[in-house]
Structure formats: structure tokens, C-alpha cells
Design a protein around this ligand. Sequence first.
Ligand code: ZN
Length: 248
Amino acid sequence: MRYLVLSDMHANCDAFEAVLETVDLDGFDVTLVLGDLVGYGACPNRVVDRVRELPGEVHAIRGNHDKVVAGIESGENFNPAAAEAARWTASELSEENRAFVRDLDRGPVRVDEVVSICHGSPLDEDEYVFSDFDAFQIFSRHEAPLTFFGHTHIPSLFSQRPEGGIDVALLRGRTGSVEIEEDSRYLVNPGSIGQPRDRDPRAAYMVYDSDERMVHWYRVEYAVEKAQERIREAGLPDVLAERLEVGV
Ligand code: ZN
């Protein structure tokens, strides 16, 4: 089985469409969407439309921005730029797309025997997983052998060997592949499509091939200046445009 793993598009249609044009969607059995479809970027409807059009078996969950935009949470913990973008997005989304975002499943979702997905952590959808201790706590309480997560926007992998040791690989701006060993467990982040934060502005996505037992990280160049122009034209905070070209 081949899984396409997409996360944190953040209403950046230029980045998301570049990824979709690069991959052959028919070549995947399952598509996993790890949340934060919207928020920050200036084309929320186009991004949600594209998610709704994904072919085949799709599992999509909500992110923290999706919840605030849909009115499920207030966003009082958001920084001013994120809060302003969420308000703008809520007014911009079509009724249908707002309902789609509101009705996204809450993670974690168990996809099959092996794979589960979440936005932040399987223990708390809003939690950030950065450290080996974060990973250790999850491995102690969450059973799935292979969990894909988003939220940090940093391509990363944590694994636990059968004897309990934790290994960490933070890929930051690199592409690469890791073998998924049968008796270890994994927490894997594909990185962000719409707002990378590993100092590489290219859109990030991932493929998991369960037959060859490999995860692969990829990056795609896209028209960053076009996404910036849309953000400025929408009157969103300029920092949201600026950060895209440096990938922070
Ligand atoms: Zn995000």
C-alpha cells in the first residue's frame, strides 16, 4: 500500500497545488491529511476544495487553526497575526467549506492495523511534539506502530526500539528516507505544505510505502511570491507573507 501524507496546508493554494501537481494521485491507495487546512494563508476555499476533491480513500483530521476558524474554539491562545488570519478566514470560507472544516474528525484516528494519524500528539491534538521526552510519553500510552503527526511544521521522526530506547531524526530542510522496522514504533512528521518552519521554504510532504517499509520525505518548489502577493492583497498581517520566503 502507498500512503500520501499531507499536513498543514494553511490556506496556501500555491504550495498545495504544486504538491498535488508533482504527485500522481492515482498512484496512492490512501491519502492522509493531518490538519490545519486553513489559517495564515489567503486561499482557504481553494485549499479546502482541493482536499474535498482528493480521490480514493482519504482520512482527514482537524488542526488547531481549523477548530478556531470553524468556531469550535475561541483562539484566545493565538498570537495576534494567527488570530487575525483566523477571523479573516472564517469570514472568507464558503458555508460548505466551513461545514467541512467544522466536521473534520478529531485525532487521533486509527487508519488501519499499523497506521494512526493526529494533528499535534495522539494524547492531545493541540500538543507540540519536539523532544524525545514528548515522544517517550506518547510511546508509553499510545499503541499504534506508526503514527503520523503535524503541527510543528518540522519534518521529523521519533522511533522506539523494542528494548525501549528512543531515536530522533529531525530532517530540517533535507529530504530523505527511513526504513520502518517491524518491531519498532514510530512517530513521523511530514513537515508543512503551506508554511514550512525548518528554514526551507519549499512545500513538504511524505510518502509511506508499506510494502517496501519505507517513509520518504519530499520537498517541492512553488511560487512563494504568488502566495505572498495573495496574503498582502487580502490585507493579512505582512509577517505571514514574509515568513514564507525564509521558511520559519
Ligand atoms: Zn499548523
